[in-house]
Every structure is written in structure tokens, then in C-alpha cells.
Design a protein around this ligand. Structure first.
Ligand SMILES: *Cc1c(COP(=O)(O)O)cnc(C)c1O
Length: 367
């Protein structure tokens, strides 16, 4: 039996050198040596985020970073504009609502990229919005949103701009400073190719000014940027946070970042684009079509199920007979779309060939 192949839309298969870090004996999560290692990981993330700002790394999944960001940008009773063209845009609005914030949703068809013109129109209509939020790589549909264009609009209106880049960072270009992003969040387990568990946030000066204002300061303690900032500023070289850091996750991320730097950003980003194109060609030869029509995300491809075949049949057959995990559709596309993750170690021709052969066999059986 071949080793199982993880090609869900994140996390994907990890390199053995990265996994090895997870089994090392623990060390204390504080102290000068530890702080040096931790800070070096934060430093190494800066070029991947495209920033000169301090990077914050907390314990949690991507959602915790999204909630922390929303909590920092607006308070109960305030309005934020949220672009929604997939489940993760929807979740920003949902998280905002749970905090008592009123989301003004700019809706786009799922599978399309966001339209900056609609953002402009919504801001003209809602003069009382206090921040703009959008997802970069929409993992639920496999499309990229135009961050730079929306960043220019937010800036024109003098509003802080929050981007959920949980999926994309590490496997495609992201330029926080250049694109006018004031808060960006990502997580360890997708484009960064490390185990899940670390939530990463970075803020511009404008972002910090927003978080630190007197009115509507972030609520709570754990998901509160002011608390993380306070620890960071007072004990950066010893324990730059007030919690127990997941030390082995940090070491695994360090190992993954080392590989990302060795491969080179440009080569890594190009590899993801090439594998995506290769997969799309292969799908076409099987008579399958990509589902989304927006700018394709180089880490995830959503595919329409052929007529008469449901997602679950394909997903189940791939794992039961071929040992390959893929994802189903999300929301109302749960049973008519399937999603393939091709990020990090799974972004290679060999993995795609194995998947395509298994898909061919599966379709022959189900048709
Ligand atoms: C995966 C993902 C999240 C959520 O991350 P979790 O680690 O599952 O909490 C949020 N946004 C995007 C774009 C994602 O791909």
C-alpha cells in the first residue's frame, strides 16, 4: 500500500524535515536563547509578507488571527465593509457579528474574483464604515482577490484595510506594505507548509493606531492585539508573549521557512503556478472543468463534478481505493464541487500524476 497522499485544501503533505521538529524534546518557551529563535522566525516571515513591520505570532488556527484582527479594527456598534465571495469572506462577516460589529457585505458570486468597483460604490453609500476587509486567496473557491486595487480604494477613503491571507502567504507573492494593507493575517499550515497551530499577524502603523485608539479598544485578553503588543514591547528578548508558546510548532515553521528560502521565493511561487496549470491540463483531458471563473489560486483548484456524480462518491473512492485525500465543496456547493489542494510538498507533478490516475479510475468506476 502506497503512503497516503494529503491533497485537501490545507494542510497538505509536509516535508519529513519539518515533521521531525514536532517530535523533539521540549525546551522552555522563554529565555534568551528561545527568544532569539522565536524572533528569527518572525524576522524570516517579513519578506514573505512583504513588510518591514514587526510580525506577531500567536498560538491558534487561522480563525483566531482573523478574529483578533476584526476585534482590533472595530468595536460593537461600528460598521466594517466585508467583501464576500466565498466561505472565508463570509466568516469575516460572521466573526464581526459575534463581536457586535455590523458588517456591510459586498457580495460577489462565489467562484468570481472580487470587483473593486463594488467596494468603491459601497464605500460611497456607507460613509460610516470604519475598516475594509477582504480575503486574498479564497480557499473555498480557488480564486485570488485583487488586494492592491482594493487597498488603493481603502486608502483613498482613509480606512484601514484588513486582508485574510491565511492560505496564500508562503506560496504566492504578498506585498503588505506596497499594496496598502494595514492588517494581514496568515497561519502556519497552508502556503507556509508547516503543521497547523500558529496564527500570524502583522500591522502597519495605521493599523496599530486604529487598535490603540481610546474608543472601541479591542475586547477580551487572548485575541487582543494590545495585550500581545504590550508583552512584545516589554520582554521581547526573553518571552515576547504572555502565554505558553507551542515551541515545536515554531521549530517546525523555522524548518519550513529554511526550505522556502533555499528554494527561493520566485522559484517556489512559479512551481505552484506551473503545478496548477499542469493539473488543469490533466483535468481537461479527463473531461473535467475548473469550477471557478475568477483569477485562479495557485494552491487550490475547485472542480465541477460530472453530471450524475456527487462529490462524496469521488472523495470516498479516492481515499478508499487510492489513499488520496481531497476536499469537498463548501456551502451550497458541498456536493457538486470537489477541491484539490496543491501547496508546498503536494505542489509537484508526481503528486498530480498520482491524483489524475486515481481520478481517471474513479470516474470510470462511477460513470
Ligand atoms: C484555512 C483558512 C482560514 C481558517 O484557518 P483555520 O486554520 O482553519 O482556522 C481562514 N481563511 C482562509 C483564506 C483559509 O484558507
Amino acid at each position: 500500500m502506497q503512503e497516503q497522499l494529503l491533497m485537501i485544501p490545507g494542510p497538505c503533505a509536509l516535508d519529513p524535515e519539518v515533521l521531525k521538529e514536532m517530535s523533539r524534546p521540549l525546551v522552555p518557551h522563554y529565555g534568551e536563547d528561545w527568544a532569539k529563535l522565536y524572533n528569527s522566525v518572525r524576522e524570516a516571515l517579513k519578506p514573505l509578507l512583504g513588510t518591514k513591520q514587526e510580525v506577531f505570532m500567536t498560538v491558534g488556527s487561522g480563525h483566531s488571527a482573523v478574529e483578533t484582527a476584526v476585534n482590533g479594527l472595530a468595536g460593537a456598534g461600528e460598521k466594517i465593509l466585508v467583501v464576500e465571495n466565498g466561505i472565508f469572506g463570509h466568516k469575516i462577516a460572521w466573526i464581526a457579528k459575534t463581536l457586535g460589529i455590523d458588517p456591510v457585505v459586498v457580495q460577489e458570486d462565489w467562484g468570481k474574483s472580487a470587483d473593486p468597483g463594488k467596494v468603491e460604490a459601497a464605500l460611497q453609500e456607507h460613509g460610516d464604515v470604519v475598516a475594509v476587509a477582504m480575503v486574498h486567496g479564497e480557499t473555498s473557491t480557488g480564486v485570488v482577490n485583487p488586494v492592491a486595487a482594493v487597498g488603493r480604494i481603502a486608502k483613498k477613503h482613509g480606512l484601514p484595510f484588513f486582508v485574510d491571507a491565511v492560505c496564500s502567504v508562503g506560496a504566492m507573492e504578498f506585498k503588505m506594505d506596497e499594496w496598502g494593507v494595514d492588517v494581514v493575517v496568515t497561519a502556519s499550515q497552508k502556503g507556509l507548509s508547516a503543521p497547523p497551530g500558529l496564527a500570524i499577524l502583522c500591522l502597519s502603523e495605521k493599523g496599530w493606531a486604529r487598535v490603540r485608539r481610546e474608543a472601541h479598544r479591542p475586547v477580551g485578553w487572548y485575541l487582543n492585539l494590545n495585550i500581545w503588543r504590550e508583552y512584545n514591547d516589554t520582554q521581547r528578548d526573553y518571552q515576547p508573549y504572555g502565554i505558553t508558546m507551542t515551541v515545536n510548532n515554531v521549530r517546525a515553521l523555522k524548518a519550513s521557512l529554511h526550505q522556502i528560502y533555499q528554494e527561493g521565493f520566485e522559484r517556489r511561487f512559479a512551481r505552484h503556478r506551473e503545478v496548477m496549470a499542469y493539473l488543469r491540463e490533466g483535468l481537461k483531458s479527463l473531461g473535467l472543468e475548473p469550477w471557478a471563473t475568477g483569477e485562479p489560486l495557485p494552491l487550490v483548484t475547485a472542480v465541477k463534478c460530472p453530471p450524475g456524480i456527487a462529490t462524496k462518491q469521488i472523495v470516498d473512492n479516492l481515499i478508499n481505493e487510492y489513499g488520496i485525500w481531497i476536499g469537498s465543496g463548501l456551502g451550497e456547493y458541498k456536493n457538486s464541487v470537489f477541491r484539490i489542494g496543491h501547496m508546498g510538498r503536494s505542489a509537484n507533478q508526481e503528486a498530480v500524476d498520482r491524483l489524475l490516475a486515481a481520478l481517471r479510475g474513479t470516474l470510470e468506476k462511477l460513470r
